[in-house]
Ligand binder design. Structure first.
Ligand code: G
Ligand code: G
Ligand code: MN
Ligand code: NA
Length: 254
């Protein structure tokens, strides 16, 4: 079967799963958040990577249904963790370009918040710079409407897009997420280290939370901690894991 057809069946037959990757506070070493990342357990082909099927879903329009599914399930899960008495965390959900530009996004978020009863401050959407640049005014209006709901907004893969820094002050965002390309050689390349320091400084100056992604080794962690990065995500702490395993990590702190 075509990927598109299999995806339609996957949604109906519950073959999608949300995995969670911890975001850790750089100074306290505690889990303060998670990125929700979709996984597809195809009964015939095993695990299919979102890098493979998200672009197809985006093309075919299925991304709206899949995106709403991820949003609902990660908010239900987060609410369940809170009701189980765990320290509240913020869950970040990736939004694709087509979802961001859809008229239905705002209503979908409102509906999920109502349906789950999750306090909006525990939800954040991750968007990329490239989604915002075609029509900056419209994007800013959409971001403001989302922020008015009380949720957070993060710029994902920051530093790799083509947005002008002059727009950064106009975007009503709460978080900058430094792309992992900058983190990878922060301990070996002095120029990369300087760029990472500048992004951290910029975020602090603009009162934004700054998250580093792709921290894989102790040297990345110590660099980020020493340079005032708030939050760190990466294989050093954990790969994305199923909800049950994530809950175990939260109970053990990291
Ligand atoms: O988790 P992994 O590294 O395999 O993710 C690959 C890509 O798929 C990343 O760019 C990630 O942002 C994207 N992705 C993962 N889950 C989702 C999702 O729920 N929605 C969207 N739009 N993209 C996702
Ligand atoms: O594009 P986006 O930033 O949403 O992609 C998120 C993906 O990045 C996650 O699904 C995860 O698989 C991947 N990722 C997370 N931490 C690391 C890391 O430490 N190293 C590498 N290479 N990839 C990571
Ligand atoms: Mn992301
Ligand atoms: Na990213």
């Amino acid at each position: 079967l075509e990927l598109e057809t299999r995806m339609r069946r996957a949604l109906a037959q519950d073959e999608f799963v949300v995995y969670y990757q911890p975001k850790v506070s750089a100074d306290a070493d505690t889990i303060v958040g998670a990125e929700a990342l979709i996984r597809w357990m195809d009964p015939e082909r095993g695990m299919v990577s979102p890098g493979e099927f998200i672009p197809v879903a985006e093309e075919s329009g299925q991304i709206e249904a899949i995106g709403n599914w991820v949003l609902l399930h990660s908010c239900l899960q987060n609410k369940a963790w809170q009701e189980a008495g765990l320290t509240p965390i913020k869950v970040s959900v990736n939004v694709s370009a087509r979802q961001f530009h859809s008229r239905a996004l705002l209503d979908s978020v409102v509906q999920v918040l109502e349906q789950t009863g999750l306090d909006p401050k525990w939800l954040e959407l991750e968007i990329t710079e490239s989604m915002l640049m075609n029509d900056v005014d419209t994007a800013v209006r959409k971001m403001k409407a989302l922020r008015d709901l009380g949720i957070g907004l993060s710029i994902d893969d920051f530093g790799t897009g083509y947005s002008s820094l002059s727009y950064l002050g106009r975007f009503p965002i709460t978080t900058l997420k430094i792309d992992r390309a900058f983190i990878a050689d922060v301990d070996t390349n002095p120029k990369t280290a300087e760029i990472a320091r500048a992004i951290i400084g910029l975020s602090r100056g603009l009162n934004l939370e700054v998250v580093a992604e792709g921290a894989e080794i102790e040297a990345h962690i110590s660099f980020l901690r020493d340079n005032g990065c708030d939050t760190v995500q990466g294989f050093y702490y954990s790969r994305p894991v199923a909800a049950g395993e994530f809950e175990k990590m939260m109970r053990q702190k990291v």
